[in-house]
Design a protein around this ligand. Structure first.
Ligand code: PLP
Length: 419
């Protein structure tokens, strides 16, 4: 097969592909693998019940069935959902959105692909611009999304050591710099993989830097406010004409609906809709139709605040407790879980690479994600920290998480004792 440069790049083995492949194969294979690798959200009964109620209502209404499966939506996305969402966000946060500020995409992953390549890469003025990630570790799904190589610049974080076993990454503003070839700043809040939540002050500073440089600030709120609101600290939601806020229905419990939401100034939404038309004709209607009532009533926010957030907070605390027990006597740190659905473990001076640790854990029946994938744009190959971390999803059933953490504890102790 003779491939184009595009074909070669996008059909080669990416980190995200390995992750999704592993997930699918392990699910289809040995039934006893503890699946703590991918980003699947938990099955929360109250959320599933709300979705079942909605499906029943749709089932009894021919007009709604048609709107869900029988028509193409416009490339910007389902109109009624977009209107309902603009109203909700204006009511809740005093933003002044119109429907022209919102576009839907087929999952927020595709929104990032479109947005990144809309701003970065070769530009008509002859420059080659890059996406700036102010803090790595950052989401693995960004890493391969550029149409051209060398697409990201990122910066090592400052590390605050908190009460054991916790530490926290902070943006190193002294070293962070925007240059002529910076296309946009992007950051996930909460951060996948670490569970870090940028403080309001950090976001305000990034916003000011972006405005000054006349580039957009892309805030990835896949786990954030106002839904699914998997945030355990105080964090204000932010939006203004210079911010592109990306949200998703996935972590609410609808990853299969593939619904991403982009909130941005009108010219960006228009551009995104046009790109969407070329790539997809239309966005899928399923997620919008499933959550229409929840959005109109505002229940999507109360469900997030009162059910989803406490659910993950409790699961995170339990997982930390289990790790403290399983790793007793080992030198380890956990990033303070401030949000999202993962724990990020750091083993200083780990004698093997994070990939090797991942392979050994897989062999023993637990799937995690090796940490080295989460440093896109970091040029320092010799920074040991890249090889000393793993990401663990704690949202699967309690039995699975307990078993998985016990195996991780045993294996890590083995690794250290063998030197
Ligand atoms: N952003 C972050 C930080 C994520 O963790 C994910 C998925 O895991 C996504 C974006 C993409 O999610 P989706 O395409 O399901 O909306």
């Amino acid at each position: 097969m003779r491939l184009s440069t595009f074909g070669e790049k996008f059909s080669s083995k990416s980190g995200i592909l390995q992750l999704m492949d592993d997930l699918g194969n392990a699910l289809a294979g040995k039934g006893d693998m503890a699946m703590m690798g991918g980003g699947n959200p938990a099955h929360i009964p109250e959320v599933e019940e709300a979705m079942a109620r909605r499906l029943k209502k749709i089932h009894g209404d021919n007009d709604e069935i048609r709107r869900m499966i029988g028509i193409y939506d416009p490339p910007q996305g389902e109109k009624n959902f977009i209107e309902g969402l603009a109203d909700l966000l204006n009511r809740e946060f005093g933003w002044q959105l119109t429907p022209e500020n919102i576009a839907l995409t087929n999952g927020s992953q595709s929104a990032f692909f479109l947005l990144f390549n809309m701003f970065a890469g070769p530009c008509p003025d002859g420059k080659k611009r890059k996406i700036l990630l102010p803090l790595a570790p950052e989401y693995i799904g960004y890493a391969d999304a550029g149409l051209v190589p060398d697409f990201f610049t990122s910066f090592k974080p400052k590390i605050d050591f908190l009460e054991r076993p916790f530490f926290k990454y902070r943006i190193d503003f002294e070293n962070l710099h925007i240059s002529d070839d910076t296309a946009a700043i992007c950051v996930s809040r909460p951060t996948n993989p670490t569970g870090n939540v940028l403080t309001d002050e950090e976001v305000i500073s990034l916003d000011a830097m972006a405005k000054k440089a006349d580039i957009p600030l892309i805030l990835d709120s896949a786990y954030g406010t106002p839904f699914p609101d998997i945030i355990f600290t105080q964090a204000r939601p932010f939006w203004n004409e210079n911010i592109i806020l990306c949200m998703s229905l996935s972590k609410l419990g609808l990853p299969a609906a593939r619904t991403g939401i982009v909130i941005a100034r009108q010219e960006i939404v228009r551009a995104l809709s046009r790109m969407n038309a070329v790539m997809n004709l239309a966005t899928g209607s399923f997620g919008a139709m499933m959550t229409m009532d929840l959005v109109r009533s505002g229940e999507i926010i109360s469900l997030s605040r009162n059910v989803i957030q406490p659910y993950y907070r409790k699961r995170a605390e339990e997982a930390v407790g289990l790790f403290e027990k399983a790793l007793e006597g080992t030198n380890f740190f956990i990033h303070k879980p401030e949000g999202a659905i993962f724990l990020w473990l750091w083993f200083p001076n780990l004698p093997i690479s994070s990939q090797k640790l991942y392979e050994r854990l897989k062999e023993k029946g637990v799937l995690v994600v090796p940490g080295h994938y989460f440093f896109p744009g970091i040029e320092d190959e010799n920074w040991p920290h890249r090889q000393e971390c793993i990401r663990v999803n704690y949202s699967q059933s309690e039995d699975v998480v307990k078993r998985g953490i016990a195996i991780i504890g045993e294996e890590v102790k083995q690794v250290f004792s063998q030197g």
